[in-house]
Design a protein around this ligand. Sequence first.
Ligand SMILES: [Zn+2]
Length: 395
Amino acid sequence: MNPLTINFTRLKDDIQTLAGIGRGQDDGLYRMAFTEADMEARAWLKTRIEEAGLDYFLDGAANIHARLRWDGERPSVITGSHLDTVPGAGHLDGALGVLSGLECLRSLKEQNIVTRYPLEAIAFTDEEGRFGGMFGSMAFCGLLSPDSILQARDLKGIALVDAMAAQGLDAMAALDAQRKPDTVHSFVEMHIEQGPVLDRQHLHIGVVDAISGLFKWQVRLIGESNHAGTTPMNMRRDAMQGLAELACEIPRVLEEHGSPRSVATIGRVELFPGAANVVPGKAEFSLEVRDTGEKTLAELADAFRRVISAIARRRDLMFEFEVLSELQPAKSAAGIVETISDVCLELGVNSTRMHSGAAHDTQFLSRITRAGMIFVPSKDGRSHSPSEWTSWEDI
Ligand SMILES: [Zn+2]
């Protein structure tokens, strides 16, 4: 079989041009959703779509669609990712998936290749979460409510509704962006790995078979604050000691109740009252746990609950927790996984099946259609940083 080719010089130019939009003094990109830089990138993409003779469509959630042979009747095969970035981002996270999708549509059009289904390349809105994250793909999959739109705010307290209105957009129209599942044939997202696995193993393509789900708790261990000099060790109710014990238990809990894909992180900790000469009476911290299996996640939640209460009992502490967020894991469609692996074989590119520990728009798309992801290596696993890099050859 003769492999289809794209115009790589053109793709490279697009990646480099987009990398210049929203660049800060620290060399990082600042294209957070609905900032001036995001709007500039959107306008630039619109021009590129129109120059290519593709149809441009903006849906109610401000997702940008490039369309080829769209007829509104047949379901479309969709690819895409996001244009927005975290503050201080690298140039490939999101951008690579949007621009490679655009390039594929352009090349297919130029080479007059007729596909059985219409094609769409989509740039989803606010994937990175200025207003909570995955706004565009959630709207697309019908997962937003009027309330969730009205309540969405950024860290400065600016409402999504106002940020969109300032750009002439109506946030409530996002409710109209929902696509019926029978209008979507399948979805594939190309993305940088954002982790070290491919780079360390000198592999060129990651075929994503699942995306981790997660639960995030806010946990409080409550003991008693007291004088650090006069309270003997055996008369303390030290919340920090309980937290430290839990941290040390993490590897054991994962080993006994998790899978090789399980990870758990205590990433934010606050001690009260927070003085060097006071026994901490309260420890408040986050516990975030990820895995690709829904059952495994539930089992891990149970295990952590038991472990924390046992520690609390032993150390005479009180234990409270609330669930801050939960996200279901997603499985790639078997047919898409096989197709990507087969194409790698045909092209003589080494690849491996792997999971994604990070969340992506595909997580939601997989709820309404057959979905999958293609990963390319991230140099040293770096991402969300100006040093994010993937070799042109891997791209
Ligand atoms: Zn991304």
